[in-house]
Design a binder for this molecule. Sequence first.
Ligand SMILES: Cc1ncc(COP(=O)(O)O)c(C=O)c1O
Length: 419
Amino acid sequence: MASPLFLSPEQAFSIREAFGTPVFVYDQKLLEAAARDALAFPNAFGLTVRFAMKALPTAAILQVFYRAGLHLDGSSGFEAERAMLAGIAPEHIQITAQELPPNLGELVGRGCLFNACSLRQLDVYGTMFPGAEVSLRINPGLGSGHSNRTNVGGPSSSFGIWHAYLEDARQLAQQHGVRITGMHTHIGSGADPEVWLHCAALALSAAAKLPEVTRLSLGGGFKPARMEDEIGADLAVIGARLQPAFEEFAREHRRELHLELEPGALLTANAGALLCSVTDLVDTGAGGYQFIKTDTGMTDILRPPLYGAQHPITLFPATPRDNNSIPYLVAGHCCESSDLLSPEPGNPEGLKPRALPRAEIGDILVIGGAGAYCSAMATKNYNSFPESPEVLLDTDGHPHLIRKRQTMAQMVQNEMLLP
Ligand SMILES: Cc1ncc(COP(=O)(O)O)c(C=O)c1O
C-alpha cells in the first residue's frame, strides 16, 4: 500500500496558518494502527516489538508507541537517555550502538539492555558486568539494502559480529562469565517474505550455536511503500512465513525462542508528512527545466539527496487552478545543487521531474512518507535554517505542537564570542 495522504487541503492550510511552514505533521491514528499491526505479527513463542527510535525520536512519538505497548531500540547511549527523559522505563530500552556509550555502566545500571555489536563491545561489557546477561548482534553474512549506503549486513557492512567469529564471542563471554541469552540480526530485509525467511534461517542457525539464547531479534528493515508503485512489507504475511521456522527450531533444539522485531520506518514513514510552501518559480529556458522552489530541503529531508529516495509530492493550490499539469523539479532551499526533492529513483545525481498542477507562489506542497528518517536525519541548521516544528494530529484530528520551531537564540546558544 502506498503512502496515504492523511491531510486534506483545508487541514494543511489551517496548520500552515497556525504553525507556519516548513512543518512536520504526524497522525496519531496511523501511528497507533501501525503499532497494533506490529504487535499482531504472527509468532510461535511470544513477541516484543521495539520501535527503532532513530527513525523518529521526538518525545511525544515515543510516548504514543510506549502507551501502545512497544519497547524501544536505541542506537546510541544518547538515544537511550533521550528515551528515558520521555518517560520510557529503562528495562524497555535495548541499546544497539556502533559507538560504545561512554556511560554504558550508568545506562545498564539503570536497567537498559545491551546488545553487543563487536567483540570489543562484548569484552568491555563483560569486564564491567561479569556474570550478567547480554545479547549479541551478529552479521549473518547477508545484506539486502539497495546500495552500499543502506546495506547493513554482508561483507561490506561493519555492523555486528561477523558470523564466523561466533565461537570467539562464545569464549570471550565465557571468560567473563557472561551469559549470551539474546541474539540479534538486522540486515534491512525489505518487503519480500522469502528474504525474511532466508534471514531468519541464518539467524536461527547462529542461535543454534549459542545454547543459552532464548530471545532472537530479527531487527528492523520492514520496507514501507511510500510511492504508489512500491510494494511494502506485509507483516502478517512475513510473520506467517517465519513462524514455522521457529517451531521447527524448538522441536529440533528443545528451545522456544521469544521473537523480537525492531521496525522503525514501517511504523512512522507514512504516518508523517512535511508541509512546505512554494516560495519561487524559475526555469532554465527552452530545453531546460521548470523549478518549484520551497522553504524546505535537506535541512528537513535528506533522503532524496542522500539516496535518491522517492517521496510522494502533492500540491495544494492556494487559489483555484486549471487541471493542466507541468513537469517540475522541486528544489530545496539550501545553497547546494544536490538539495533536490525530485531526484531519479536510487540516483541522487539524476533529475526526475514530477507532474504537478501549475504552481504559484504561496501554494502548499505536501511531502509524503516523511515520518521516518526525515526530521530525525536532516542536515540540521545548514545555511542556518532553524529546526522545523512538529505537530501531532490527535485521534480526533486536532493538531498539537510536539516540537517548537528553533529560535535563532537556540541555534547559537553554545557559541562563544571572542573577547
Ligand atoms: C539495529 C537496527 N534496528 C532497527 C533499525 C530500523 O530499521 P527500519 O527503520 O528500516 O525498520 C535499524 C536501522 O538502521 C537498525 O540499525
